[in-house]
Design a protein around this ligand. Structure first.
Ligand SMILES: *Cc1c(COP(=O)(O)O)cnc(C)c1O
Length: 270
C-alpha cells in the first residue's frame, strides 16, 4: 500500500478554516431540523487534502469519477465514508461495489445499473449499499437524472419504477433518498424570500414517491427504504453556491466542494 503525502502546514490551516466556516454556516441554518450531513466534494483534489480534512474530523467525502475514487480509497483511511456523486454507467458497477468503504451512490438513474450494483455488491457486507436516485429537477439537457414526479400518474414515471425495482428486486441496495443538482441560475439569483424551485420540486417528488411506496408496499414495509433509523427518504441537494437555501428547503445532505477546497483545476496527470 502506498502512503499519502502529508499536507503542508499552510494547507492544513487553510482547510481547517474553510471547513470551520462551512460547518458553522450549515449549523446556523439547520438549528431547527435534524443534523444534516456535509459531504466534502474532493474531485480533482489531492489525497493529502482529504487527509487534512479527515484529521479535522470530516468523514464524508464525495467523488465523481470511479477510477479517481478507487485510487484514493486504496491509500486513504478505511473510516472514510465515500459517496459517489458522478455519472454512473452499469459497466462500472463492479469496480465501485468492490470499494470496501463505499457509503452511498447518489446518482443512480437506471434499472440496469441498479441490477448491476445489486449483483456486484458483496454479500458479506453488514449493511446494504445506500442509493439515492438522481432527479433532473431543472429539466436541462446538460444534467443527468430522471424527470421529477407530478402529483398524478405517479406509477407511470421511470423514477417510481426504478424505486419499486430497488425495493422489490435489489435486497443488497437500500433506497435512501433522492438527489438533485438544480439550475445554477436559481442559486445565483436566489433571494431571501423566494424559494428555489428545483429544491421545492425535489421535496414534492420525495413526498409523492414516499406516499406511493407506502401505498404499494404498506406501512409495515416502510423500514425497507429511507434513512436507517427514521425511515425518511432523504434529500441530497445544495452545493457551495446554494447549500444555505437547500438546507432551508429541508435538505438532509449537502455536497460542498469549492467552498472547502477552493477552485478546481482539471489535471491530466494525477
Ligand atoms: C462537483 C460537484 C459538487 C460540488 O460542487 P461545488 O460547487 O464545488 O460545491 C456537488 N455535487 C455534484 C454532483 C458535483 O458534481
Amino acid at each position: 500500500m502506498s502512503t499519502v503525502e502529508r499536507p503542508s502546514t499552510e494547507r492544513v490551516e487553510e482547510l481547517k478554516e474553510s471547513l470551520a466556516d462551512i460547518r458553522s454556516r450549515v449549523k446556523a441554518v439547520s438549528l431547527t431540523t435534524s443534523k444534516p450531513t456535509l459531504v466534502a466534494v474532493s474531485k480533482y483534489k489531492p489525497a493529502s487534502d482529504i487527509l487534512a480534512c479527515f484529521e479535522d474530523e470530516q468523514l464524508d467525502f464525495g467523488e465523481n469519477y470511479v477510477q479517481e475514487l478507487e485510487d484514493k480509497a486504496a491509500v486513504l483511511p478505511g473510516e472514510i465514508r465515500w459517496h459517489f456523486i458522478g455519472t454512473l454507467q452499469s459497466n462500472k458497477a463492479k469496480v465501485l461495489a468492490a470499494i470496501p468503504n463505499l457509503y452511498s451512490i447518489q446518482t443512480l438513474a437506471s434499472i440496469k445499473t441498479a441490477t448491476a450494483l445489486n449483483k456486484a455488491f458483496p454479500s458479506d457486507r453488514s449493511t446494504p449499499l445506500r442509493v439515492l436516485l438522481q432527479v433532473n429537477t431543472s429539466g436541462e439537457d446538460s444534467k443527468s437524472g430522471l424527470p421529477p414526479l407530478s402529483s398524478s400518474n405517479v406509477e407511470e414515471f421511470e423514477l417510481t419504477q426504478l424505486a419499486t425495482h430497488i425495493v422489490k428486486e435489489c435486497p443488497k441496495l437500500r433506497l435512501e433518498g433522492l438527489m438533485t443538482i438544480g439550475a445554477l441560475e436559481l442559486s445565483l439569483t436566489a433571494s431571501e424570500t423566494e424559494k428555489n424551485a428545483d429544491f421545492e420540486r425535489l421535496k414534492e417528488t420525495r413526498d409523492a414517491l414516499h406516499a406511493h411506496l407506502v401505498k404499494q408496499f404498506g406501512e409495515s414495509n416502510a423500514g425497507k427504504w429511507g434513512h436507517e433509523t427514521t425511515g425518511k427518504l432523504l434529500l441530497s441537494m445544495g452545493m457551495s453556491s446554494d447549500f444555505d437555501a437547500a438546507l432551508k428547503s429541508g435538505s438532509d445532505i449537502v455536497r460542498v466542494g469549492t467552498g472547502i477546497f477552493g477552485q478546481r483545476v482539471k489535471k491530466t496527470t494525477a
